[in-house]
Write a protein that binds this ligand. Structure first.
Ligand code: AMO
Length: 365
């Protein structure tokens, strides 16, 4: 509709003003009945909402999620740029995966088979070899994730970063907490200005974030030394304990054992204790939102890691070449954008944090 009129102050109106129309024109007529009420107070099922996502997006409380997402990404972009990062875009059609074969989507690529990128991992490392000392990328990542959970999508937005000349995981963590804190401050400021209902949910961060070792998590979980990856329930248990003891909703889980990261061939094993990697996660109240660590930059060690992961070097010619002509120590991380939006906004399902989510069963709209 197009409405022309006079705006008048009103005590009764919810926003304090009323529009007194002098001319009303219909720009586009809607079919009736609507499959989904756009002003209803009664909440529709998420599936129904997602089936009619265009109408769903018109609701102010749904729109507010994407205003939050916009501010958050702008906050990260500006924090990265301030620190000299290049914004990059790497290929999403790949010859080989980097995060384990089980979650690869295969694509018919003319006479060959190709795969959708699970992450920009190999390319962001290659760019370090290309002399780009600091890079970041915000782009879709694809995972053939068969499980139907509230925290997994088959297409999500990965906010990746890679940094050269770093040989201490602690340097990466300090950079991450600065970036996260700055991006959240910016987001809170913008959302407050726009009277976005999520503004008050964006926590004022307290630095530094606590560091909790994987070994400590195993003790909390009652299975010391088990070297078993953390499942969703484990993350929740660890989260309750971590927040109770440290009082910070954000905390790092550090020093993941090599046994847990066995398929992560690019992860550096510690020189003084090869049973551990310098790998870490950043969690928010029991939910993993980031993972990262130091990479193996020495070709001979990398080849051994590949072999230990049961992978052939023949699958990675371009990646491995990058290590042959000089590669500095480096490291990086990836944030799941929808994970972060989901936990910050307090949504019940990660699908609500993506405009048109994809999961095992959903390819439409
Ligand atoms: P990882 O596999 O842990 O690490 O993924 C990084 C972050 O991405 C998010 N994420 C997901 N979000 C929604 N749906 C999914 N199916 C999904 N899978 C992962 C999580 C997770 O923390 N290459 C490494 C990162 C690195 O070392 O730089 C990687 O991909 O928030």
């Amino acid at each position: 509709m197009e409405v022309e009129g006079t705006v008048r102050r009103s005590e009764k109106a919810r926003r304090g003003v009323e529009l007194h129309p002098s001319r009303v024109a219909v720009l586009s007529r809607a079919e009736v009945p609507l499959p989904l009420g756009v002003v209803d107070k009664v909440g529709a099922e998420l599936d129904t909402r997602l089936n009619h996502r265009v109408l769903d997006l018109r609701k102010p409380e749904v729109r507010a999620i994407f205003e939050l997402r916009t501010s958050l990404l702008a906050g990260f972009r500006s924090a990265f740029r301030k620190r000299g990062f290049f914004e990059v875009e790497t290929p999403k059609i790949l010859r080989q995966g980097a995060e384990g074969g089980a979650t690869l989507f295969a694509v018919d690529y003319f006479e060959r088979r190709a795969y959708l990128a699970q992450s920009p991992q190999l390319y962001k490392q290659m760019l370090i070899g290309g002399g780009f000392e600091r890079v970041f990328e915000i782009a879709p990542a694809f995972r053939a994730e068969p499980s139907d959970t509230v925290r997994h999508l088959t297409e999500f937005s990965s906010l990746d970063a890679e940094v050269g000349y770093v040989d201490d995981a602690e340097d990466l963590r300090r950079l991450i907490e600065e970036l996260v804190s700055e991006a959240l401050d910016e987001t809170r400021r913008e959302l407050t200005e726009r009277e976005n209902p999520f503004a008050s949910r964006i926590p004022a961060t307290t630095l530094p974030f606590p560091r909790i070792s994987f070994a400590q998590c195993e003790e909390w979980l009652g299975r010391p030394g088990a070297e078993q990856d953390l499942g969703t329930e484990d993350e929740k248990t660890v989260g309750e304990r971590a927040v109770a003891e440290h009082g910070n909703p954000f905390y790092f889980l550090t020093d993941f054992p090599t046994a847990v990261k066995a398929h992560t061939f690019y992860a550096k094993r510690k020189d003084d204790d090869p049973r551990l990697t310098g790998y870490f996660d950043l969690d928010y109240r029991g939910v993993e939102i980031l993972s990262g660590g130091l990479r193996e930059h020495r070709l001979d060690h990398l080849l051994k890691n590949l072999e230990a992961a049961g992978l052939s070097p023949d699958g990675f010619p371009g990646y491995l070449e990058a290590f042959r002509y000089g590669m500095p120590p480096h490291g990086g991380w990836a944030i799941g954008v929808e994970r972060l939006v989901w936990v910050l906004a307090g949504l019940s399902n990660i699908r609500e944090a993506r405009l048109f989510p994809r999961d095992r069963y959903r390819l439409d709209p």
